[in-house]
Design a protein around this ligand. Sequence first.
Ligand code: TTP
Length: 354
Amino acid sequence: MKGVILHGGAGTRLRPLSYSGPKQLIPVANKPVSQYVLEDLVSCGITDVAIILGETFPELVREHYGDGSKFGAKITYIYQGKPLGIAHAVGLCEEFVGDEKFVVYLGDNLLQHGIGPYLKKFQESDADAMVLLKEVEDPRRFGVAQFDEQGKLVKLVEKPREPPSNYALVGVYFLTPVIFDMIKRLKPSWRGEYEITDALQMLIDGGYKVDYAIVDGWWLDTGKKDDILYANALILDERIKRRIKGEVKDSRVEGRVYVEEGARIVSSKVRGPAILGKGCLVENSYIGPYTSIGDGARIINSSVEYSVILGGATIKNVIRLEESLVGKNATIIGEGKKGVMRLHVGDYSVVELG
Ligand code: TTP
């Protein structure tokens, strides 16, 4: 089976960070979201993977993943450019897929237990497609499933005002090449996109077998700042073990804290779960739970909690920074200003709080 990772899209809800790079490369626990996706595919034995590139700095994606060998995969890049829709992106993969079954994984989706169990179900079945569903409180911002009395999937509606159920479509689609015939017949929706839900609906209406599985465990779509922070907290909570490779001087490091090589913690307190990237500096500061500090970042005379600080950023004299997403090489100077700061700051930005 082959895999397709969608790495395009506009990422409007993650501006300003999505201006300077694709949102799927934003790290949680110091690893790009789409790398969890690739690792999930590889761990299921899917190593032949296409990555669909959008128009925002696609070269950063190529730089990170290369030919895939570092990740145990063989990667083919397919350029989509403008975000004309998920079905449009999938339609570009016809040649790559050939006559195999394949799985499409949105590059900003995370599943607690990965796709393994569902993949097996699809591989063993004769279904023409299989979707994953998850019960959510407010399904209106998702594609939503409608079932008949026997529990058969009969309809998929994109972002309905009146949802027919609470089952949202997760961003993983198990497909067979018959989907390409449907995609070729698609017309853009009211929002101008070629919708995968419409293509799947054509399969259902054409009498093809569209199966589903209900996702067990959490599922996250990291399309907004708060989702990134939440994903970061969950991943730190579940996957970070205590390991201190860097230097700790006159400091306390409590709980599950991963301190990478070359990191220095000086006259500070760090409380896990947290990760401190290679070569970063934490000096005279407090790092609270659910915080990721990127490689080479510097936190000086500050307190940071429940935040994602990207590589190379500097945070200085900030009394309380919480629930913040701070871009690559950004600088935040607090000048000891009192009160809690909650920031969403783009790469290379400078914020002086005076
Ligand atoms: P969305 O998050 O729905 O769309 P978006 O990236 O344009 O974000 P926003 O709504 O904030 O502007 O897309 C879901 C995933 O699919 C995401 O990982 C991006 C990817 N995608 C593509 O690769 N190509 C596309 O044409 C579209 C629409 C999305």
